[in-house]
Design a protein around this ligand. Structure first.
Ligand SMILES: [Zn+2]
Length: 232
């Protein structure tokens, strides 16, 4: 299916767009993708930490006073590395226990994975610091949607993929990330991104007249949903 999520203001890879297009509205609507706003504000998010490169990114963001949200693989989080994010600039979300693809798990295994995350947050006394949940690989389904509601986690996906995970670097990465940038965009990065590339992208965002704001600020608006083309 061509076109789903490829409209102006959306920048999803075709496989992910096709995956989402197969989901019922009840599942799609359990997640936030992009804020419905006219203000030129965007949010940046990072998946798959905490890894060796995470402190470098955090330092850059601190030095430049740029807010960001980190979706952490909970198996990698401990009391010590959690302190990295001790700043009002940073918001946190759960990104599964060990980054399994939930498409390969039974319902019980999915619930167990989410239980492990919840228990880790209790041990770390950090439950309130992690209001968000982003599934590994952006895999969503009815079980996950239902469990999020029970656990009071807000499901968050994205509207703009940097494709940093896919080998893009330098100018190519910058151009790919910002070409569809739009009011309310939520940009997906990974902690593997080079800090020089992150800096170039943040500068380019600002040069286009956008302000990088906390995810929580965008989430005060309603979410827009990836547009369906050629159906309904
Ligand atoms: Zn991930």
């Amino acid at each position: 299916m061509v076109g789903f999520g490829q409209n102006a203001g959306w920048n999803l890879n075709p496989y992910f767009a096709e995956f989402l297009s197969g989901k019922p509205d009840t599942v799609l609507r359990a997640f936030f993708y992009k804020a419905d706003t006219r203000k030129k504000e965007v949010a940046i998010t990072f998946d798959d930490g905490v890894i060796a490169n995470t402190p470098t990114l955090v330092n850059y963001l601190r030095q430049n006073n740029i807010p960001a949200t980190f979706f952490l693989i909970m198996r990698l989080v401990n009391a010590q590395n959690l302190r990295l994010f001790d700043s009002s600039l940073f918001e946190l979300g759960v990104h599964s226990w060990k980054h399994d693809d939930f498409r390969n798990l039974t319902e019980a295994q999915k619930i167990a994975d989410m239980d492990s995350c919840e228990q880790a947050l209790i041990r770390l006394n950090a439950t309130r610091r992690f209001p968000y949940y982003r599934p590994a690989y952006g895999v969503i389904d009815a079980t996950i949607a239902c469990e999020l509601a029970k656990r009071n986690w807000k499901g968050v996906l994205w509207s703009d993929e940097s494709q940093d995970w896919n080998g893009l670097k330098g100018d190519t990465l910058v151009k790919h990330t910002i070409h569809s940038l739009n009011s309310g965009s939520i940009i997906l990065f990974h902690d593997i991104i080079a800090v020089s590339d992150l800096a170039a992208i943040c500068t380019a965002i600002q040069e286009k007249g956008f302000r990088i704001v906390p995810l929580s600020r965008l989430m005060k608006q309603k979410s827009l949903f990836p547009p369906r083309i050629g159906s309904r």
